[in-house]
Ligand binder design. Structure first.
Ligand code: SAH
Ligand code: SF4
Ligand code: F3S
Length: 476
């Protein structure tokens, strides 16, 4: 779905309305502050992918504009908001568990407001469950109307009933929401929303709607603004960035977008995720090669190495096609590293199918792989497929996958020893205050001795040791 240009106005009106609600909330919170002698606080929990994490940056932006301060403790917060994920069942179970605990906290603090939003709440079964068993939740909203948080909060001040506001699709992309970034030198930027791929196991297309690309000018403007404030590295986000721009009125490819962003002065690094193998074009590989700022790293989910499983998954590529892409990427881009996602135990997966996945893992030599046990998601085609694989078989395959994968990850990192990598320093290690951690251009996680004034800088580091999932270096 493309967003009609006439919607631009709708988008501005929608934003203006929320600005007014933010203002109203601000005076309400300031009255409360005078009465209680303390600032009202929020606790925001985010589960899920980078898309959700970025949504939370906008939610936090709106909350702080309203005058809330962040609370370190959920128990003491005045407003608790869960931004949820439903990609696997255990993600949902955890939320129900935490909501249960919140009931107890709310008994101790009856003025606490509780809200839940994100992917989970876009499902009818979840809404029914919340209506029936979680009546103490004050606000429930979804992925398409997250910008309405100020209005919903304001409305909830006047009612004891739960407010439900769930849309089935997006009406407009609301630009320019206030945003709180995780740090001053890295930022995520949405380039598109939703997904049209309907992989047969996946819930995302049902909870995030159809694919919608943002206008390139809006993206460029956002990146320019961020660079102006000191951002060095941006992460372009979409469920399938390789199909960016296809549905815009003036079509543009993802490769072309990368080239435009590469021109932005002051920006140092460009990353993106996620790339779907079926849409990874030669034109994009060339853009990655020619754009100096685009990092030599790609996350390219394979899901399974078996052609029959890939077909049942509705992935639209074969193992051979995938391996050919990997060959082209490695040939075109010097020292490129590749990571992936793998699902174990998709319905009908045989030992032979699983062996094919292991073959791909051995051949590609991934720097990291996110491995998942298949989780049945109701409403998806795979949920009703025959031959669901027994849990003990899945568990055994999962363990064997890690036994093959981990030595490969170690081997890939061992190849870094002796090299000089340029590391964007992110933070001080949680285990050791004398150690800094950061990522090289190829996404290698590097630990090295240093002082915290380096945070936010890109520094040369000589790699001296390999610790399987990260490497140790020395500042040079
Ligand atoms: N759009 C991205 C992935 C988003 S979800 C892509 O297509 O690559 C992130 C990962 O979660 C997927 O790549 C897949 O490996 C995993 N996943 C999705 N649905 C799942 C399910 N039902 N069970 C287990 N893993 C799942
Ligand atoms: Fe899910 Fe497939 Fe879309 Fe990724 S591409 S979000 S796995 S449906
Ligand atoms: Fe992301 Fe989970 Fe939603 S992976 S898109 S937060 S279902």
């Amino acid at each position: 779905m493309s967003i009609d240009k006439t919607n631009d106005k709708q988008d501005m009106i929608a934003l203006e309305k929320q600005r007014e609600y933010m203002q109203k909330m601000r005076s309400h919170l300031s009255d409360l502050e005078q009465k209680t002698g303390r600032k009202q606080t929020y606790f925001l929990l985010t589960t899920g992918c980078q898309m959700n994490a970025h949504d939370s940056e906008k939610l936090a932006g709106m909350l702080e504009t309203m005058g809330f301060a962040e609370s370190p403790s959920e128990q003491k917060a005045d407003f608790v908001l869960y931004n949820t994920c439903c990609i696997r069942e255990n993600a949902e179970d955890k939320i129900y568990g935490r909501l249960g605990r919140l009931k107890y906290y709310k008994k101790q603090n009856p003025n606490m407001k509780i809200a839940i939003c994100g992917c989970m709440t876009q499902q009818d079964v979840v809404i029914e469950k919340l209506q029936k068993s979680y009546k103490y939740v004050d606000i429930v909203f979804g992925t398409f109307n997250l910008y309405k948080l100020p209005e919903l909060l304001y409305e909830s001040l006047e009612t004891k009933d739960t407010l439900f506001d769930i849309w089935k699709e997006e009406k407009e992309i609301v630009e320019n929401l206030p945003t709180v970034y995780k740090n001053t030198f890295q930022a995520s930027v949405n380039i598109m929303y939703g997904c049209d791929n309907f992989c047969s196991y996946c819930i995302v297309p049902y909870v995030r709607g159809r694919e919608r690309s943002r206008e390139p000018e809006d993206i460029i403007q956002e990146v320019e603004k961020l660079v102006h404030t000191g951002v060095k590295e941006i992460m372009l986000l979409g469920q399938n960035v390789n199909s960016y721009g296809k549905n815009l009125e003036n079509t543009i490819s993802f490769g072309q977008l990368l080239r435009q962003i590469n021109e932005i002065e002051g920006l140092e690094r460009i990353r993106f995720m996620t790339s779907h193998p079926k849409d990874l074009s030669d034109e994009l590989i060339l853009a990655m090669k020619e754009c100096k700022k685009v990092c030599n790293y790609i996350h390219l989910p394979i899901q399974s190495g078996s052609n029959s499983v890939l077909k049942l998954m509705n992935r639209h590529y074969t193992k051979e096609h995938y391996l050919e892409l990997v060959r082209k990427l490695k040939q075109a881009i010097e020292d490129i590293t590749i990571s992936t996602d793998i699902i174990v135990g998709f319905p009908g997966e045989t030992e032979e199918d699983f062996q094919q996945t292991l073959d791909v893992v051995r051949e590609v030599q991934y720097c990291t792989a996110f491995t998942f046990i298949y989780s049945k998601r109701s409403g998806t085609p795979a949920a009703t497929m025959d031959n669901q694989v027994p849990q003990d078989v899945i568990k055994d395959r999962f363990d064997r996958l890690l036994q093959v994968l981990n030595p490969i990850v170690a081997e890939v990192h061992q190849k870094q020893v002796g090299k000089i990598l340029h590391v964007l320093v992110e933070e001080v290690s949680k285990q050791d205050a004398s150690i800094l951690t950061g990522r090289a251009e190829d996404n290698t996680l590097v630990h090295f001795k240093g002082t915290k004034d380096c945070i936010g800088s890109i520094v040369p580091v000589k790699i001296i040791d390999n610790k399987t999932f990260y490497v140790i270096g020395e500042r040079i």
